[in-house]
Design a binder for this molecule. Structure first.
Ligand code: HEC
Ligand code: HEC
Ligand code: HEC
Length: 252
């Protein structure tokens, strides 16, 4: 009945961060078992091996810095057809986002909220209905929180609405940046070095948007980090637009 982690990519990535999974506490295992799937990864081009990009840390900028070094020749997931920018695609980074949030920092595991303890006819067991904790708020949140169910639901909704608004603004601004770089790139005398700077900015802006958009809690796992990430995404997307216009002497 002991919890096991079997994904080699997770075990190796944690090892590189100095964490030996074999020595993990049962509490840590209640998040590690989930983190082996609910995390960001990429495929090494030659070996086709899955790798978690955590050598520099789990913050959006730390994972970005890791990718900027083209690990094992990995340069891009795809090329954007309008801006010709080399893009990264983020994958469900629940483990990374949670780990820096107030619950992660307080040792509240994934299973505490998503597999709460239940009682039936005097027997205690762990729920295996792995789903939104808001379906079982009493069991998921209220062993720790003394507030009412309505208060907790309202907090979750408020956090998610705030995140959604900025996520939408970031997505729209990033989309516009691709369009403007595409148009500026079509100007014959445009400065190519400046255009490349604009492409680099939109690559980073979209990474900052995607690391939130691809995460599945809509901000709840780490509200303040998520808002910070989205704010920086919007800023970088505007910088990309200004840089592209400067490159081509345009005002798209
Ligand atoms: C072997 C890989 C794997 C592991 C391990 C894993 N998950 Fe998942 N999880 C997935 C995939 C894939 C989906 C999407 C399933 C789908 O969309 O049908 C998912 C979906 C979910 C969902 C959404 C379910 C819903 O109601 O739509 C939650 C919540 C979740 N996982 C939490 C967890 C937690 C908590 C753990 C650890 C206790 C965990 N997962 C372990 C792969 C995994
Ligand atoms: C403090 C409680 C808490 C912890 C700890 C927590 N989550 Fe969540 N999680 C939530 C809440 C609340 C939501 C938003 C649910 C909703 O929107 O209905 C959520 C959403 C999700 C979703 C999307 C669920 C869906 O129905 O679409 C996934 C997947 C998920 N969490 C995985 C994880 C993983 C993996 C971990 C650990 C790395 C984790 N969570 C840690 C509370 C938690
Ligand atoms: C195992 C204990 C535990 C569980 C389960 C738990 N929390 Fe928490 N929660 C904490 C701790 C510890 C804090 C940090 C602040 C504090 O000490 O009150 C916190 C803080 C919060 C905050 C303030 C967040 C912030 O960023 O400032 C909210 C909102 C919250 N929890 C909601 C929830 C919801 C919703 C659930 C259920 C899905 C839940 N919690 C489950 C222990 C828990």
């Amino acid at each position: 009945m002991n919890l096991r982690v079997i994904n080699p990519a997770f075990i190796e990535a944690m090892q590189r961060r100095g964490i030996d999974i074999n020595k993990a506490s049962p509490d840590d295992m209640r998040s590690y078992v989930c983190g082996q799937c609910h995390g960001e990864y990429y495929f090494e081009p030659e070996s086709k091996k899955a790798v978690f990009p955590w050598d520099k840390g789990m913050l959006p900028e730390q994972m970005y810095a890791y990718y900027q070094e083209k690990p094992a020749g990995f340069d891009q997931d795809w090329l954007h057809p309008d801006s010709q920018a080399k893009m990264l695609k983020a994958q469900h980074p629940e483990f990374e986002t949670w780990s820096g949030g107030v619950h992660g920092k307080s040792g509240v595991s994934c299973a505490d909220c998503h597999m709460p303890y239940m009682r039936k006819q005097g027997q205690k067991y762990t729920s295996h209905w792995v789903t939104s904790p808001m379906r079982l708020t009493k069991e998921s949140c209220m062993p720790c929180h003394t507030q009412s169910e309505a208060w907790l639901l309202d907090r979750v909704k408020t956090i998610q609405n705030n995140a959604w608004q900025l996520q939408r603004a970031a997505g729209q601004t990033v989309a516009r940046a691709h369009e403007v770089i595409g148009k500026a790139g079509a100007v014959t005398k445009a400065n190519q070095a400046e255009l490349d700077k604009a492409r680099e900015l939109v690559r980073k802006a979209q990474w900052f948007w995607d690391i939130v958009a691809a995460e599945n809690s809509m901000g709840f796992h780490n509200p303040d980090q998520v808002l910070n990430t989205l704010g920086r995404s919007i800023d970088m997307a505007h910088q990309a637009i200004a840089t592209a216009n400067r490159a081509a002497g345009t005002s798209f």
